[in-house]
Design a protein around this ligand. Structure first.
Ligand SMILES: Cc1ncc(COP(=O)(O)O)c(C=O)c1O
Length: 480
C-alpha cells in the first residue's frame, strides 16, 4: 500500500460505518450466544482449525469486506460462546457487554498507564478504583496498588514486594545461596509456585501446607512456620487463597493471619477469584481477616464479570510496591513526577487502560449490582449442589462456598475408582464436543472429577437441570 492508500484506509476504518460493522459482529455473536442458540463450543479438532490459518503472512492488504467475512467464518463460528447459558467451564466470565464496548474505547485512546503524562485522566481513574478496592478490603489511606493483566501478574508483583521487604538488597545482589521460602496451601494456583522460579528462589523453596476441607490448615501452617524458624529458614511470604481454583473454597484468613503473626511474615492473599465477595453483604464474611494481609490479588475479570484483562495487586502500604521495583528509567520516570506515575510499581511498561471498563461498569452497576451478580452466581451453584445430591448417579465433592463445584458421576455405585476416572474424562470430552454444554474437570485427591463454574447471570435453574440430565445421559452411554 502506498502512503496515500494507507491514509485512505485509516480514514475508512475510522468511519462510523466500519466501527458499526465490527460492533455488529460482536453484538450478533453475543446475542446468539445469550439466547442459547447453537452449540456452546466447536466440535472440530484443533488440527482442523489450525489448517484454516496455515498460510503465510499477507504481503498486500485485503478489502475490509473480505477480512470481516473471514473473521465471521473462520473465527467467530468456532469460538467458545461464554455468554451461552450452558457455558459452565473455566473461571472466565460471560463478559459484561458494556465492558467489551468500553475496551474498544480504551484501545481507541491508547493512553499508556506507564506514566501520568501518557495517560492524564486514566492514571487518576486507576488510582481511584484501586482506592475503592482498598476500601472494600478495609485498608486506610496509606494503601495502594496497581492494575495488572490478571491474578498471575498480581501475585508475581506481590511476591516481588515481599522479597524487597525481607531482602531489600535482592534487586541488586540477587537472592544468594540460601534463598527464602514461600509457604502456600496445597491447592494454591500455580501462579504462586511460578513466582519462586521467576524470582530465582527455585520452586524447591515452595513449602505446601496440607488442607482440611480443601482449605489450608492453619494448624499445619503454624507447625511449618515454627519448623522453618527452628531450622533457620527465612520465610519470604505465606500465601493464602480466597477462592481456590479447583473448588472455590476460601482459606480461613483470620486463622492464617494468627499463624503468621508470631513470625512477622508477609501474608499475601490470592483473591484473584474470590476477592469480589468483599462487595457482597452475604459473602463478605468468607474473607474475614483479609485486612491483616500485606498484599491481595483481585481480578475484576473474574467475579466482577469484566472481559479479560482486568486484574489488580493491592498492598496495605503503597511504599512496599515502590520498593518492589527499584527500576531507573530517566526517559520515563522523572523524580519530580514520581508520585503521579504508576509505571514504577508495575511489571509492565506500556500498559492498557484496563481500568476504564472497571470504572464504567462500577458506575453503571454500583457495588450493589456487583454484589447481586455475585450472590446470584453463588445461589445457582448451591442449587446445582442440591440437584446433584438428590440425583442417585452423582456425588458432589464439597459444599460450594462460591460459584465453583466439583462432583463425580458414580452411576449405580458399582464401578471402581479407576473406571470412574475414565468415565469422568470421557464424559467431559463427549459432553463438550456435543455443543450442548461445556464444563471442565480436575483432579482432587488423586481422582478425576467434573467441575463447573457458573459465571453467567443468564444461566437459570432450567439450564442446571438440563446440565445434570445431559451429563447423566452422556456418562451412562460412556459406561455401556
Ligand atoms: C486463585 C487463582 N489465582 C490466580 C489465577 C490466575 O489468574 P489470571 O488468569 O488472571 O492470571 C487464577 C485463575 O484461574 C485463580 O483461580
Amino acid at each position: 500500500m502506498t502512503p496515500d492508500e494507507i491514509r485512505a484506509a485509516y480514514a475508512q476504518d475510522a468511519s462510523r460505518d466500519v466501527a458499526h460493522r465490527v460492533v455488529d459482529l460482536a453484538v450478533d455473536f453475543l446475542e446468539r450466544a445469550a439466547r442459547g442458540d447453537g452449540p456452546v463450543s466447536t466440535p472440530l479438532a484443533p488440527e482442523t482449525i489450525r489448517e484454516r490459518f496455515d498460510e503465510p503472512a499477507p504481503m498486500d492488504g485485503t478489502p475490509l469486506d473480505a477480512v470481516l467475512a473471514r473473521v465471521q467464518r473462520d473465527i467467530l463460528s468456532d469460538a467458545n460462546r461464554l455468554s451461552h447459558p450452558m457455558y459452565l467451564g473455566h473461571q472466565v466470565s460471560a463478559p459484561l457487554p458494556l465492558g467489551a464496548w468500553v475496551d474498544a474505547l480504551a484501545a481507541s485512546l491508547n493512553n499508556s498507564q506507564a506514566v501520568n503524562e501518557m495517560s492524564p485522566t486514566l492514571s487518576h481513574v486507576e488510582r481511584r478504583v484501586v482506592r475503592w478496592m482498598n476500601d472494600a478490603i478495609g485498608w486506610g489511606a496509606g494503601a495502594g496498588g496497581t492494575f495488572t493483566s490478571g491474578g498471575t501478574e498480581a501475585s508475581f508483583t506481590a511476591m516481588l514486594a515481599a522479597r524487597a521487604h525481607l531482602m531489600p538488597d535482592a534487586w541488586v545482589e540477587g537472592v544468594g545461596a540460601n534463598p527464602p521460602v514461600i509457604v502456600c496451601g496445597e491447592h494454591t494456583h500455580y501462579a504462586v509456585s511460578r513466582t519462586a522460579g521467576q524470582l530465582g528462589l527455585g520452586v524447591r523453596q515452595v513449602i505446601t501446607v496440607p488442607s482440611e476441607g480443601y482449605a489450608m490448615s492453619a494448624r499445619a501452617l503454624a507447625g511449618i512456620l515454627a519448623k522453618c524458624q527452628a531450622e533457620g529458614r527465612r520465610v519470604m511470604a505465606v500465601v493464602a487463597t480466597a477462592g481456590q481454583t479447583a473448588t472455590g473454597t476460601f482459606d480461613d484468613l483470620d486463622a492464617v493471619a494468627d499463624a503468621c503473626a508470631p513470625h512477622d511474615v508477609w501474608l499475601h492473599v490470592d483473591g484473584a477469584h474470590g476477592a469480589s465477595a468483599l462487595l457482597s453483604e452475604r459473602h463478605r464474611h468468607r474473607l474475614r481477616g483479609i485486612d491483616r494481609a500485606h498484599s491481595v490479588a483481585w481480578d475484576p475479570h473474574k467475579m466482577m464479570l469484566l472481559p479479560i484483562s482486568a486484574g489488580a495487586v493491592l498492598v496495605r502500604d503503597e511504599r512496599w510496591l515502590d520498593a518492589a521495583f527499584a527500576q531507573r528509567a530517566p526517559y520515563l520516570f522523572q523524580a519530580d513526577a514520581v508520585n503521579w506515575n504508576i509505571g514504577p510499581r508495575s511489571f509492565q511498561c506500556s500498559r492498557r487502560g484496563d481500568v476504564l471498563k472497571v470504572w464504567v461498569a462500577w458506575q453503571r452497576y454500583g457495588t450493589r449490582g456487583f454484589a447481586s451478580m455475585y450472590d446470584l452466581l453463588c445461589d445457582l451453584t448451591t442449587e446445582l449442589h442440591a440437584l446433584l445430591q438428590q440425583h442417585p448417579a452423582f456425588t458432589p465433592l464439597h459444599e460450594p462456598q462460591g460459584n465453583i463445584l466439583c462432583f463425580r458421576w458414580i452411576g449405580d455405585g458399582r464401578k471402581d475408582d479407576a473406571e470412574l476416572d475414565r468415565i469422568q474424562a470421557l464424559t467431559r470430552e463427549r459432553y463438550n464436543t456435543s455443543g450442548e454444554g461445556w464444563i471442565t474437570s480436575t483432579v482432587l485427591g488423586g481422582r478425576t472429577v467434573l467441575r463447573v463454574t457458573i459465571q453467567n447471570p443468564r444461566t437459570t435453574s432450567a439450564h442446571l437441570r438440563r446440565l445434570v440430565a445431559g451429563l447423566d445421559r452422556v456418562a451412562s452411554a460412556v459406561r455401556d
